[in-house]
Design a protein around this ligand. Structure first.
Ligand code: NAD
Ligand code: TYD
Length: 339
């Protein structure tokens, strides 16, 4: 099987590339990534020399380039991870989110229509369902929960989901959609909560907690997300949406305190800062459908996953220090400029 994996130089896409290369040596992976600030060739350094891996620097919203790529590669499956993914950035610059997350998705769908495909998989998010109240722990998002977005990021992801469903209904493009809760693990860009807190704690810098730190997120170890997507593209039913989550709800403050404790750093590093506008209170996924239909279950509990993640950031200091110092931006040119 030949897969186009978009956004593979980012956090989850990069983990997915390794997941596929390690489990299916007979598969071919073509990674398409525009290498925005969030894309990093260092993430792919363990893949780049493998014979069944190819990297193409391209923007998914660039129709001509994407069509040419499909014509040349003739992929069986497309898994679309490419996105602007940070809620805070969507609040300061919404337009870029519309271009990549909506127009980019529509270009990929048109390419699938034009050149034919066995499966187009859209990697979506639980944020399309909006949030749940803190005082109703009995409530969870199911696949039939209404779309009710809060941020420009979640609105752009929901728009993309609607387009994907429309292309299935109108043009019979064989699609699936997954909506996952917050991921954590290796290669997570240090602007998101968990890697930022680990990096700041290691540098004895203040840990900025929005509001009172009581917002709840449902954390999933990234490899469990990859195993779910893998099952969906191979065994999931066309036209279906699958929620992915592992019932690992924690308040932000619990997460931050766990990180400080694991690193032996004092809680006095915590700084409460002005809240995010429109800040969603609680996300919580009901993963019954993917469990019952495809037999998926997460294997990593939060307490183990956070330890593994912290250890990865300790062992791979250069990876995140390059990002934080901006050095990685010259990496691609240095590595591939003369090829
Ligand atoms: P990320 O920001 O780490 O990576 C995004 C990647 O997409 C980067 O490599 C970037 O260079 C690339 N990209 C951005 N714009 C592009 C464009 N126009 N053309 C080609 N490539 C482009 O994001 P992530 O956290 O790995 O998220 C991946 C996907 O998973 C996103 O679609 C996101 O909405 C979804 N998701 C993320 C989470 C999470 O917790 N991180 C949870 C649920 C769903
Ligand atoms: P984030 O990692 O940005 O993911 P998302 O907003 O998509 O859930 O943030 C996770 C939670 O952590 C969210 O409630 C916002 C909060 N947060 C902070 O309190 N401080 C921070 O510096 C960041 C980046 C996030």
């Amino acid at each position: 099987m030949k897969l186009i994996v978009t956004g593979g130089a980012g956090f989850i896409g990069g983990n997915f590339v390794y997941y596929i290369l390690n489990r299916y040596p007979e598969d071919q992976v073509v990674c398409v990534d525009a290498l925005t600030y969030a894309g990093n060739m260092e993430t792919l350094s363990g893949a780049i020399n493998r014979p069944n891996f190819k990297f193409v620097k391209a923007d998914i919203a660039d129709r001509e380039t994407i069509y040419a790529l499909f014509e040349e590669e003739k992929p069986d499956v497309v898994v679309n991870f490419a996105a602007e993914s940070h809620v805070d950035r969507s609040i300061t610059d919404p337009e870029l989110f519309l271009r990549t997350n909506i127009i980019g998705t529509s270009v990929l769908l048109d390419a699938c229509r034009k050149y034919g495909i066995q499966r187009y998989h859209q990697v979506s998010t639980d944020e399309v369902y909006g949030d749940l109240p803190l005082d109703r722990p009995d409530l969870f998002f199911t696949e039939t929960s209404p779309i009710h977005t809060s941020s420009p990021y979640s609105a752009s992801k929901a728009s993309a989901d609607l387009l994907v469903q429309a292309y299935h209904r109108t043009f019979q493009v064989p699609v699936t959609i997954s909506r996952c809760s917050n991921n954590y693990g290796p290669y997570h860009f240090p602007e998101k909560l968990i890697p930022l807190m680990i990096a700041n704690a290691l540098n004895d810098k203040p840990l900025p907690v929005y509001g009172k730190g009581e917002n709840v997120r449902d954390w999933l170890y990234v490899e469990d997300h990859c195993s779910a997507i893998d099952l969906i593209i191979r065994k999931g039913r066309v036209g279906e949406i699958y929620n992915i989550g592992g019932h690992n709800e924690r308040t932000n403050l619990q997460v931050v305190k766990t990180i400080l404790k694991e690193l032996g750093k004092p809680e006095s590093l915590i700084r409460y800062v002005t809240d995010r506008p429109g800040h969603d209170m609680r996300y919580a996924i009901d993963p019954t459908k993917i469990h019952e239909e495809l037999g998926w279950l997460p294997v990593t509990k939060f307490d183990d996953g956070i330890q593994k993640t912290i250890q990865w950031y300790l062992d791979n200091r250069a990876w995140w220090e390059h990002i934080m110092s901006g050095e990685y931006q010259t990496y691609y040119q240095k590595m591939y400029g003369n090829r």
